[in-house]
Design a protein around this ligand. Structure first.
Ligand SMILES: Cc1cc2nc3c(=O)[nH]c(=O)nc-3n(C[C@H](O)[C@H](O)[C@H](O)COP(=O)(O)OP(=O)(O)OC[C@H]3O[C@@H](n4cnc5c(N)ncnc54)[C@H](O)[C@@H]3O)c2cc1C
Length: 384
């Protein structure tokens, strides 16, 4: 079964919801770099953001494939899930590694939307992709941690009640560089203004991303998730789900571009005939469809492995790579097909074009995926 045919009822419901948030809604927010509060509220109320939370914690307990269907449809509709997709999966760190008390305290409220757990603090300005080089440090003092350091590109921090924060609790050692990191659950409502400063970073797309400064922020020791020193492993555990879900958003974007370009190629008449009659216009469209369909099968495969509890790191990475390249090819094709009108804001092509470019860099850049495949699958020597 290809991805488009899965979960038809969920897809139809998502499409109906998204129809209430047309291009004009997103264009206005884009101009102001404003948060899509009404859209996120609607998704929350419809229960779409809690599908991965087990029923015992008041979620709907569906698998990752249902979540990919939801995000794909959001993006295919011209909307963007970036403002809230992390509400779906960030809770996974608590679900997999939290104490029973933490799960009871947080997960039902995340499921209902009463608590927004959609900030994920890993990246730092000086460490880049080499996460073992992070220096944000949490020093234990009695029943609390004192956190100092900086994070960059932390999305939705201003729109989150809780944040999963990766920090060092012991200095880095060359022998075991990934040891000595821990995960803390930071209550943003208590933290902002009391040791945490959030500064928005304006980017080429409307993504609510920020820089965070920690100056002696106090976090209760009971907010440690799992064991001290094992945080890197916990964060890695969550990355497969994130990559598969982002790949689904790319598939949705690619479908959006293909739908729009296809229609435009039929309607636009130049030299007395629809531009779609020219193979120079048809072929890129067809190629975009082929690439998107192939990538979507890879996304399905990765999601199936994830749901079966089987190792899927390589497949999740490969799905993200091919899907982000398919969406970018489709974006470029759609812009070209629309000619000058592709640059006009009212067509939404230029906005989605900017939005979909992100996925070749975040949450993981293409080169790092290629490096993973080269070394882990093909047995090449590690380059770093
Ligand atoms: C809009 C946006 C939102 C984000 N949201 C979040 C968030 O919510 N939370 C969070 O923690 N992070 C977030 N990020 C950070 C994102 O995950 C990183 O930007 C991404 O992983 C790349 O890291 P970097 O920017 O530090 O690039 P760098 O690590 O500095 O790399 C720069 C370039 O060099 C290449 N490169 C680096 N090392 C190698 C190598 N050894 N071999 C080959 N090529 C290499 C990379 O592929 C990349 O193209 C976000 C970023 C953006 C732009």
């Amino acid at each position: 079964m290809i991805a488009e045919e899965t979960f038809p009822e969920i897809r139809e419901a998502v499409r109906r919801l998204c129809a209430r948030f047309p291009g004009a809604y997103w264009r206005e927010l884009d101009r102001e770099r404003a948060y899509p509060t009404a859209f996120v509220q609607a998704l929350t109320e419809a229960g779409f953001l809690s599908v991965l939370i087990p029923e015992e914690y008041s979620g709907s307990g569906l698998g990752l494939s249902a979540a990919t269907a939801i995000l794909e449809e959001i993006h295919r509709s011209g909307c963007n899930g970036g403002a809230c997709h992390a509400q779906m999966y960030t809770m996974g760190t608590v679900l997999r590694h939290g104490t029973p008390a933490q799960k009871e305290a947080y997960l039902p409220k995340v499921a209902s939307g009463e608590l927004r757990l959609q900030a994920f603090g890993v990246t730092e300005p000086d460490a880049g992709t080499d996460t073992t080089r992070i220096t944000t440090f949490a020093r234990r003092e009695g029943d609390r941690y004192i956190v100092n350091g900086r994070k960059l590109w932390i999305s939705r921090a201003e729109h989150s009640d809780l944040m999963v924060l990766l920090c060092r609790t012991s200095p880095r050692s060359e022998e075991k560089s990934s040891a000595g990191m821990s995960v803390l659950l930071v209550d943003m409502r208590a933290a902002v203004g009391h040791g945490l400063t959030i500064t928005p970073v304006r980017t080429m797309l409307n993504h609510a991303t920020t820089e965070l400064l920690f100056e002696d922020l106090e976090v209760p020791a009971e907010n440690l998730v799992g064991e001290e020193g094992k945080g890197f492993r916990y964060i890695l555990d969550g990355m497969n789900a994130e990559r598969i879900l982002i790949a689904a958003e790319c598939i949705g974007d690619a479908r959006f571009f293909i739908d729009r370009a296809s229609q435009y190629a039929k309607d636009r008449v130049v030299f007395g005939r629809p531009i779609g009659e020219n193979q120079g216009v048809q072929f890129p469209l067809a190629r975009a469809h082929v690439q998107m369909t192939s990538a979507s099968l890879m996304v399905d495969r990765a999601a199936q492995l994830f749901e079966a509890g089987r190792p899927c790191g390589t497949e999740a990475n490969m799905a993200k790579l091919v899907a982000s390249e398919a969406s970018w090819f489709a974006a470029d094709m759609a812009l070209q097909t629309h000619g000058g009108f592709g640059f006009a804001e009212e067509y939404d092509i230029e906005r989605k074009f900017r939005e979909t470019r992100l996925y070749q860099v975040a949450p993981i850049s293409t080169n790092l995926i290629l490096s993973h495949v080269a070394t882990h699958v093909l047995g090449q020597p590690k380059s770093f």
